[in-house]
Design a protein around this ligand. Structure first.
Ligand SMILES: Nc1ncnc2c1ncn2[C@@H]1O[C@H](COP(=O)(O)OP(=O)(O)OP(=O)(O)O)[C@@H](O)[C@H]1O
Ligand SMILES: [Mg+2]
Length: 482
């Protein structure tokens, strides 16, 4: 028998819920009391590893169906209570959108991707096409419908992921850091979609570190720390917090506009250095495809250089070409007067990818940290700074997103290389971790290393960069798509 909620307007109610993952001794998430009303938007915030994603996993049924764990207490979602629902049932109640949309795609064409969940649930054809027409109009998808998923930019992919979730027609939608990899335009697009969904009466539950874009959408905020829901606050109460209080809570700023202006100005004022890392007639590829040429870029050692540009402008391809992972044998690359052909570059350049999970290759955190290590001792300061000391025995795949990111960043710092490339290193980091990262980058700088920082995080860029390069201005001889 399915229990009905006593108060129909409440769509989610947690009472003394606790989750402990099977592989762990500690409670990953506990929520004393929380209610979300129909049509409301609740934002889950708090430091990395504080239990935000774990709470979402309870809501969308990923625990215990996908991640094993022990659950206590009562969680009512729509008309179902926790004990009574399975992942299939949750799929009818809750649609999910994750940080990295690529992990949730199954098809090549946007249209097929959109209708897949409905087909999977055995919905009649006519109902599917009606819902499709509705979602395409609301989410303004007409121009994307027949595109190849692989050709979409990160922002467009996230738009498709959100629209696909909307196609499921559930009342509740959960989002886990949906903007983590997006540029300003991508964030705006997600913001627009969230507005549309809210207007439609959907209940939205969003875990985020970037809070600024949610200011006008959120009705309430739930603040987590060390696995526990500390307080749930109305939007007006939360937005009235002083900057000091935000800092104390470890929350990122809610106003990024001043940083954005500063970064733009730095990119406008960019000029080449006299020597250091020199790229001439350097051709950037994405897989076998030629994208653009950098006629000349010269960056001196001992500084942090930001690399900016919209989603799809070729920042990651630039990084991959520079470390020699994408084929180019013709251009000139040299470092401190020494020529660096493609095959020599990975040995000299530390590279932290945007999706760090691709770089997790061992079964233990400590082993992962020692991979590139010439010396025996792990630097305790770095472990402490990135809150990794207590995680050394864990399997890297069981870490929270922010923990995985910190792990790979720390591993790169242990390598004795001269040039460092970080691709969106702050996407899953909380405020304290962003500050720790900034401090570590300062340290690299003081050791005479060159740091290239690919980022959309204007706060981090403004704070740490000596120079900013706009990839879109650098890209000469860009060929037309196709
Ligand atoms: N599958 C898992 N198995 C074991 N422990 C896990 C698993 N997933 C998360 N944890 C642990 O549970 C705690 C809460 O993690 P969770 O992913 O919920 O944090 P989060 O607030 O979402 O962090 P982030 O901001 O970094 O994404 C962390 O200590 C984490 O290491
Ligand atoms: Mg998370």
């Amino acid at each position: 028998m399915v229990s009905q909620l006593s108060y129909p307007k409440i769509q989610l109610e947690a009472r003394n819920v606790q989750l402990r993952y099977a592989s762990s001794q500690t409670i990953a998430c506990q929520v004393g009391a929380l209610q979300v009303k129909k049509g409301e938007c609740l934002v889950l915030c708090g430091p990395s590893g504080s239990g935000k994603s774990s709470f979402l996993h309870l809501i969308n049924g990923l625990v215990p169906e996908y991640y094993q764990g022990e659950i206590e207490g009562s969680l009512r979602i729509g008309p179902l209570s926790y004990q009574e629902s399975s992942v299939e049932e949750s799929a009818y109640q809750v649609a999910s959108v994750f940080q990295n949309p690529a992990t949730q795609f199954f098809h090549q064409e946007v249209l097929q991707e959109l209708v897949f969940p409905c087909e999977n649930q055995g919905m009649p054809r006519e109902a599917i096409s009606n819902r499709l027409a509705e979602v395409v109009e609301q989410c303004q998808l007409t121009s994307l419908l027949h595109e190849d998923m692989e050709k979409l930019s990160g922002g467009q992919k996230q738009v498709v992921a959100i629209s696909t979730a909307a196609m499921q027609g559930t009342d509740i939608m959960v989002f886990d850091e949906p903007t983590a990899n997006l540029d300003a335009r991508g964030v705006e697009r997600v913001q627009e979609l969230l507005r549309v969904l809210k207007k439609q009466g959907k209940t939205l539950i969003i875990a985020e570190h970037r809070l600024a874009y949610l200011k006008e959408i959120a009705d309430s905020y739930a603040y987590f720390r060390e696995g526990t829901l500390i307080e749930a606050t109305s939007a007006s109460g939360f937005l009235a917090y002083s900057e000091e209080k935000r800092q104390e809570l470890g929350l990122r700023t809610s106003d990024t506009a001043p940083f954005q202006a500063q970064v733009k100005e730095m990119a406008r004022a960019f000029t080449n250095d006299p020597t250091g890392l020199i790229l001439r007639q350097f051709r950037v590829h994405h897989q076998a495809k030629y994208l653009y040429q950098v006629n000349e870029l010269v960056l001196a050692a001992g500084q942090v250089v930001g690399l900016i540009g919209a989603n799809g402008s070729g920042k990651t391809s630039f990084a991959r070409s520079l470390v020699g992972l994408e084929g180019d044998k013709t251009g000139v690359v040299s470092w401190q007067g020494e020529s660096l052909p493609a095959r020599k570059r990975l040995a000299r350049i530390a590279y932290v990818m945007q999706d760090v999970r691709q770089q997790l290759i061992t079964e233990r955190v400590e082993k992962e940290l020692r991979l590139g290590l010439g010396i025996d001792q792990l630097d305790e300061d770095v472990l402490r700074a990135f809150r990794l000391s207590h995680l050394l025995d864990r399997h890297p795949m069981s870490l929270s997103m922010g923990e995985q990111q910190r792990l790979i960043i720390a591993a790169s710092l242990f390598s004795n290389k001269e040039i460092f490339i970080f691709d969106e290193p702050s996407s899953g980091l909380d405020r304290e971790q962003m500050e720790q990262l900034a401090a570590q980058l300062e340290l690299l700088k003081s050791k005479g290393k060159l740091v290239l920082l690919i980022s959309h995080d204007d706060e981090l860029l403004a704070r740490i960069c000596d120079k900013v390069v706009d990839v879109e201005k650098l890209a000469m001889g860009k060929e037309a798509e196709g």
